[in-house]
Design a protein around this ligand. Structure first.
Ligand code: 5GP
Length: 118
């Protein structure tokens, strides 16, 4: 069940501010408040989806396309296409998802460490 008062829903409604990187019909991208790398940006769909389970089942094709294209556009805007970067999604309890609105993290601007640490 989607919680319309989660923090990213509030950012989408501009009830709380964000440092915006990119916005279009389908996505909003903004800098993470607690960056874990030199560049740490969050890319979220504008639709109300809790996680990838929800999104992959219920999103329209144009929303799915919009999110993937949005991720690519953000990498271009951040000027990290050539150097490389990491995109990551935490899903549910075991995935360590804290905010219940689907989001992808984009990390870059430096050489990143191991993919997973437990
Ligand atoms: P998760 O663990 O759910 O994948 O990641 C949630 C991310 O959202 C964290 O990296 C956290 O720093 C970020 N975050 C939480 N609250 C805010 C906020 O109010 N503004 C921004 N820009 N990022 C936030």
């Amino acid at each position: 069940m989607y919680d319309k008062d989660n923090i990213f829903a509030k950012i989408l409604r501009a009830e709380i501010p964000c440092k915006k990187v990119y916005e279009d019909k389908f996505v909003l991208a903004f800098h993470d408040i607690n960056p874990q790398a030199k560049i740490h940006v969050l890319v979220i769909p504008k639709g109300a989806y809790v996680d990838l389970n929800d999104f992959s089942k219920n999103a329209k094709n144009e929303e799915i396309e919009g999110l993937i294209r949005g991720l690519g556009k953000v990498a271009k805007i951040l000027n990290i296409e050539e150097a490389g970067y990491r995109y990551l999604g935490n899903n549910g309890k075991d995935g360590g998802q804290e905010v219940p609105h689907l989001h992808f993290h984009i990390f870059g601007g430096e050489k990143l460490g191991k993919m997973i640490s437990k």
